[in-house]
Design a protein around this ligand. Structure first.
Ligand code: FAD
Ligand code: SF4
Length: 485
């Protein structure tokens, strides 16, 4: 075991976690610049020194894509950043992204041995440091093929196939990355005009700069992956045509169809789905209007319904677009907020108001425009028969009705599967609109595989979608090799 020790009894001394540099909240609430500035080299080496390189390495199992975390951290602690990058990249197609947006506190850092008595090793920040270091160091030079790590054997000569990947989110990117590594010719079809899925159209610039996503896409192209944008499968081509033209198809179309509560007033002017609000701002660059031709009206008093990353992103975007007050309305308590802990902290620092244990029951209007949000207070009760175990259940408190004044309401209560492709794919078995797969990501159609939010629903994380893309790549590889062999 390496790591810090005291000079008397050999007992390890764990210093405090190295804090990351961040933009001042007063400054950042006025712009879209990245909030978290990450570590510099000295900070990264110091933080890496907190890792015990412990025998059981629970952090590796906590990572949905199985990054050999202690190995890359050991390289960082020696100042070997290039070596650290090679190790991370052997398992992760999107290290600069994951270092920024993965919910590490519930994944690798959540199980870190150091975290039992101290703050866990800042694995995400270290991953981000290494990925950013590589981008700066290499300048315009692009990634070369990195070591193979898909758990699948090499492709015998001539057994490489042609694979279509539908959707360029984390699931599609990872699937394409692994298959390209294995020697297959991959074409990604993306409905939007920019690739990246939620990484591009959903997560705002101040959390994940689009230049980083674009750079990761360039890395894919350099590996020989063809990316066709403005290509809506189900319209431009059907799934049947793809299966005729390619040896196998992976569907990673996500779950981008907005959901609403179904309460009165959702048709009023001033009501947005978070999906529309964020897509206008991120993909269409509305925050740079009039330089970009997309107007957006954030309003003066904004209420955001929901408690996940999407709600937090929408609320912090509204703050930056100049709203005087932004209130997050969530039916459970603060402890139950599903958003990443760092985003909640950042949102508070930026002045977001929280109405916890609150259920919206009506959006009120005046002359067709939103004037407020009528709500009920909720109490959190122990789960009863028929409820999911472990999670407290919100129950309305009768007579607790109150109103939040608002001219804009943003609904961020989740999304569902878009039926554009699935609705026109004959024989593709679905469950509640999502694609049914077996453990290998194979669907009911031969040669068609699926993974990510389109299989599991929108509660997924970036790394979980990547994990599904990896699993599918392995199965597709085996399918194509046996088909050709
Ligand atoms: P997506 O990322 O949704 O990508 C699907 C792609 O398929 C899209 O580009 C779409 O345009 C394309 N597509 C759809 N239909 C078609 C078609 N018919 N033809 C061609 N292309 C099509 N997770 C985290 O871990 N951390 C976070 O901080 C976080 N924040 C989030 C913030 C927001 C605003 C949102 C919306 C989600 C967030 N998530 C976060 C969740 C995470 O981003 C998703 O779980 C993940 O992106 C799912 O990946 P995917 O590849 O399955 O789908
Ligand atoms: Fe290091 Fe924590 Fe992983 Fe152990 S669990 S190897 S201490 S990062």
């Amino acid at each position: 075991m390496s790591g810090p020790r005291d000079d008397k009894g050999g007992k390890k001394i764990i210093p405090n976690r190295v804090p990351a540099r961040e933009l001042d909240p007063r400054e950042r609430r006025l712009n879209f610049e990245e909030v978290n500035l990450g570590y510099d080299a000295g900070q990264a080496v110091r933080e890496a020194g907190r890792c015990l390189n412990c025998r059981k390495r629970p952090c590796v199992a906590g990572c949905p894509v199985g990054v050999p975390i202690p190995d890359f951290i050991a390289s960082v602690s020696r100042g070997d950043f290039a070596g650290a990058y090679r190790i991370i990249r052997s398992a992760n197609a999107l290290p600069a992204v994951c270092g920024r947006v993965c919910p590490q506190e519930t994944q690798c850092e959540g199980v870190c041995t150091v975290g039992r008595k101290h703050e866990a090793v800042a694995i995400g920040r270290l991953e981000r440091f290494v990925a950013d270091w590589r981008m700066k160091e290499q300048g315009a030079a692009r990634t070369q093929k990195s070591p193979r790590k898909s758990g699948a054997p090499e492709t015998p000569d001539g057994a490489g196939g042609r694979v279509a990947v539908v959707g360029s989110g984390p699931a599609g990117i990872t699937c394409a990355y692994d298959l390209a590594q294995l020697g297959h010719k991959v074409t990604i079809f993306e409905a939007l005009h920019e690739p990246g899925g939620v990484l591009f159209y959903g997560i705002p610039e101040f959390r994940l700069p689009k230049s980083i996503v674009a750079r990761e896409m360039d890395n894919l192209k350099d590996m020989g992956v063809l990316i066709k944008t403005n290509a809506v499968i189900g319209r431009l081509l059907g799934l049947g045509e793809l299966t005729e033209q390619f040896d196998a198809v992976f569907i990673g179309t996500g779950a981008g169809l907005p959901r609403f509560q179904g309460i009165p007033g959702e048709d009023l002017n001033g009501v947005y789905s978070a999906n529309e609000f964020l897509t206008r701002t991120n993909l269409m660059r509305a925050y740079r209007f009039p330089a970009y031709d997309t107007p957006i009206k954030a309003g003066r008093r904004v209420a955001v319904i929901g408690g996940g990353n999407v709600a937090m992103d929408a609320a912090r975007t509204a703050i930056r677009l100049g709203a005087e007050s932004v209130t997050l309305v969530y039916r459970r308590g603060e402890a139950e907020l599903p958003a990443r802990a760092e985003e909640v902290r950042h949102a508070k620092e930026e002045g977001l108001l929280f109405e916890m244990c609150t259920l919206p029951v009506e959006i009120t209007g005046d002359d067709g425009y939103v004037s407020g949000l009528k709500c009920l207070r909720m109490s959190l009760c122990e789960p009863g028969p028929g409820d999911l175990p472990g999670r407290k259940v919100p129950k309305p408190i009768s007579g607790s009705e109150f109103s939040i004044p608002a001219d804009t309401v943003i609904v961020a209560i989740g999304t569902s599967a878009n039926p554009l492709l699935t609705g026109s794919a004959r024989g593709l078995r679905l469950r509640r609109g999502y694609i049914e797969t077996d453990d290998t990501c194979a669907t009911s159609l031969r040669g068609v595989f699926a993974g990510g939010d389109i299989v599991t629903g929108s509660g997924l994380t970036v790394s979980a979608a990547m994990g599904a893309g990896r699993k599918a790549a392995k199965a597709i590889h085996e399918y194509v090799v046996s088909k050709k062999g």
